[in-house]
Design a protein around this ligand. Structure first.
Ligand SMILES: Nc1ncnc2c1ncn2[C@@H]1O[C@H](COP(=O)(O)OP(=O)(O)OP(=O)(O)O)[C@@H](O)[C@H]1O
Ligand SMILES: [Mg+2]
Length: 266
């Protein structure tokens, strides 16, 4: 039997077959119940491994969840809308999503949680901070792999470009500028696959950040055409965490002495 399981690639069952048989000897299940148990556990194990592989490939460094999100802290955020979006129909319909708001309001948390759910639903996902995505593409200019890299970023069903506006986008004298690179990517994906973006700068400030106002407008035109928009106007959870930590240490951080943006990304 072990040989059959090996040939069939049922390694999990191979490792647990003695337990299954011992269970069957004790419980005397109907043959179909025993088969259901053995195949169910093998399928469950394979599925879990596939999800783990998707998470590994996605570039998600953290596993945020909406269950861990403190909705009461952010009352201005439309919880029903976020939960509806987390069902990921907008990804199936290739709609784009733009989440804006001040620093620390949970934009990255929400999109990281959605990206994780997409992995769990067996979707192809890539997640990157905007500066890291641009760095990866720029690296391709040096070794001739730019187009290949662009195609790779263009392929997944869900691409999360996190933290547009945070960090320093490298200034380039030659083409393509950051705006040009991002434009190529958004244009390639537009209407074919979902791009979800977070930004803590006003959309009107994207031009200066990306180094080209006209192309930044072209990006936003594409996104604005069909994108779902969420703006989180509320307090910073990062500052709440800092206050909690200060309190724990016995120190004080008065409300009016909160640090000003830009803050380090977590
Ligand atoms: N309502 C919330 N409930 C629980 N944790 C939260 C909430 N909002 C934010 N956080 C946590 O606070 C930290 C900062 O949040 P996050 O990185 O999502 O903010 P952001 O809006 O993306 O900020 P930035 O614009 O600086 O990138 C993260 O660790 C996140 O998990
Ligand atoms: Mg963020």
């Amino acid at each position: 039997m072990r040989r059959h399981l090996e040939v069939l690639g049922l390694t999990y069952t191979g490792e647990h077959i003695e337990e299954h048989l011992a269970w069957a000897r004790g419980e005397h299940p109907a043959p179909s119940v025993l088969l259901e148990r053995i195949l169910g556990e093998e399928a469950g194990h394979k599925l879990a491994r596939r999800v783990e592989r998707r998470i590994d490939m996605s570039g998600l460094a953290e596993r945020k969840s909406l269950e861990a999100f403190d909705w009461a802290f952010q009352p201005g955020l439309d919880k029903a809308l976020v939960l509806e979006l987390a069902r990921l129909d907008f990804v199936r319909h290739t709609e784009d999503l733009v989440v804006t708001g001040k620093s620390g309001t949970g934009k990255s948390h929400i999109l990281q949680a959605m990206a994780l759910r997409a992995c769990q639903q067996q979707m192809s996902v890539r997640y990157a901070k905007c500066v890291d995505l641009l760095d990866d593409l720029y690296a391709g200019l040096g070794d001739g792999s730019y187009l290949q890299r662009l195609r790779r970023w263009a392929a997944p069903q869900l691409l999360v470009i996190d933290d547009v506006g945070l960090g320093q986008v490298k200034k380039r004298d030659d083409e393509p500028t950051a705006a040009h690179t991002l434009f190529s990517l958004v244009d390639k994906r537009h209407g074919r696959a979902t791009t979800a973006i977070t930004s803590n700068i006003r959309l009107g400030a994207w031009g200066r950040y990306l180094g080209d106002a006209t192309l930044a407008t072209a990006i936003l035109d594409r996104l604005a055409m069909r994108a779902i928009r969420i703006d989180i106007d509320g307090p910073s959870y990062r500052q709440k965490l800092a206050r909690d930590r200060a309190k724990e240490r016995g120190g004080k951080l008065p409300d009016d002495e909160e640090p000003r943006a830009p803050e380090p990304a977590t």
